[in-house]
Design a protein around this ligand. Structure first.
Ligand code: PLP
Ligand code: COI
Length: 366
């Protein structure tokens, strides 16, 4: 896929090298942005056009732009990794492109082709490759986090699918999402708020789902927790996922289970990769309904030996405890999370080019 169909409009005042290097030494997550952004415009009568890579900067939107009122918006999250030889790669981008189209269909937005999705990442990286950090050792998970998103930019207050839409990609250098790195995190169990309901938008990566999770996230923070676990909206007993990550349970007998996909769960690309890597490791992956009672009982009787969260931002992070107003669910034994660590190392080794890409998961960007 070529980047030639993206016109280059270079930033005349890019970040000074010393400032960029200071940022890359300690980027945090989502705080700093590169010098350019990719852009493609869609109109009902003109399809996708105007492909460009242009200076990063504020958007000009009419106050009546539909996205500001009705949240017709979708996004993706994907990373660029620097390999030891300096080349830059990304992980399973065709899966993100496919999910982006699935989200677009649900939000009545136009679908973007693989060529434009992957082409936009390549075009942006052709300019901003110096912003991809170099990992310092094998435990370092620094990368350039890429955020493609699509908004309904039409100036119109009637409620119907927009006829003018903009697609952008911005990029932000990133260290570990959780400050403690792979230290186990505490998770808050949302007993009142729901993230998604059958027939709704849970499976789509749309801003509204995250807006709906924030009141619960506020409760989580107030209770010393870094993320929220959501239960299903109908029976209030089936574990779905966290606000921004999927969940896995490791059993004493070698099984590793994750909630089966429904229209209320986001189909994580890390989740799918973990299922494959777990099988490669001789574990028995299961996708099935998992109840909160199973978590409670398995933690108490030692059948569940590890719980971990996974996603592009979080990679693989062990869950130390599940906290609610009523209880604290902790695993009976603390075994140091060897499976989560092994899978995490396997995934990072692949992404950073330290292991052979036997599944064909890497795409070169630069
Ligand atoms: N679930 C939600 C709600 C998310 O926001 C994410 C992050 O993108 C995930 C799961 C994990 O998905 P992925 O592994 O594709 O990043
Ligand atoms: C991602 O992992 O890409 C997400 O969107 C999750 C969010 C918590 C940053």
């Amino acid at each position: 896929m070529s980047t030639e169909h993206f016109e280059l409009l270079p930033n005349a005042a890019p970040t000074a090298t010393n400032i960029r290097e200071d940022i890359l030494a300690s980027p945090g997550f989502g705080q700093y942005f590169t010098d350019h952004m990719a852009h493609v415009r869609w109109t009902l009568d003109g399809d996708w056009h105007g492909h460009s890579v242009r200076p990063y900067g504020p958007l000009t939107l009419d106050p009546a732009a539909a996205v500001l009122h009705y949240a017709q918006e979708i996004f993706e999250g994907i990373k660029a990794y620097r390999h030891a030889d300096g080349s830059i790669w990304t992980f399973r981008p065709e899966k993100n492109a496919e999910r982006f189209r699935r989200s677009a269909r649900r939000l009545a937005l136009p679908e973007l082709s693989d060529a434009d999705f992957i082409g936009s990442l390549k075009a942006l990286l052709s300019q901003d490759h110096a912003w991809v950090p170099t990992p310092q050792g094998e435990a370092d998970e620094c990368s350039l986090y890429l955020r493609p998103f699509m908004i309904a930019s039409e100036t119109f207050l009637g409620v119907r699918p927009a006829q003018e839409v903009d697609y952008y990609v911005i990029a932000s250098p990133a260290a570990a999402y959780f400050k403690g790195g792979i230290e186990p995190v505490s998770i808050w169990l949302s007993e009142h708020y729901k993230r998604a309901a059958p027939g709704g938008t849970g499976f789509a990566k749309c801003g509204g789902n995250y807006a709906a999770s924030l009141a619960a996230q506020k409760e989580a923070s107030a209770n010393g927790c870094g993320q929220v676990a959501f239960l299903d909206a109908v029976e209030n007993q089936w574990i779905e996922e966290l606000g921004g990550m999927n969940l896995f349970f490791v059993y004493q007998d070698g099984r590793i289970a994750t909630p089966r996909l429904t229209d209320t769960i986001l189909e994580g690309i890390t989740r799918d990769s973990v299922l494959t890597l777990a099988r490669d490791e001789g574990l028995t992956p299961e996708e099935r309904p998992i109840s909160i009672a199973e978590w409670r009982e398995g933690a108490a009787n030692g059948e569940i030996t590890e719980v971990f969260a996974c996603g592009t931002a979080a990679v693989i992070t062990p869950v130390g405890e599940l906290v609610s107003d009523q209880e604290r669910i902790r695993l009976a034994g603390d075994n140091g999370n060897p499976i989560a660590k092994r899978l995490r190392t396997k995934l990072l080794d692949l992404q950073y080019g330290r292991a052979e890409d036997t599944h064909g998961w890497l795409t070169r960007l630069v």
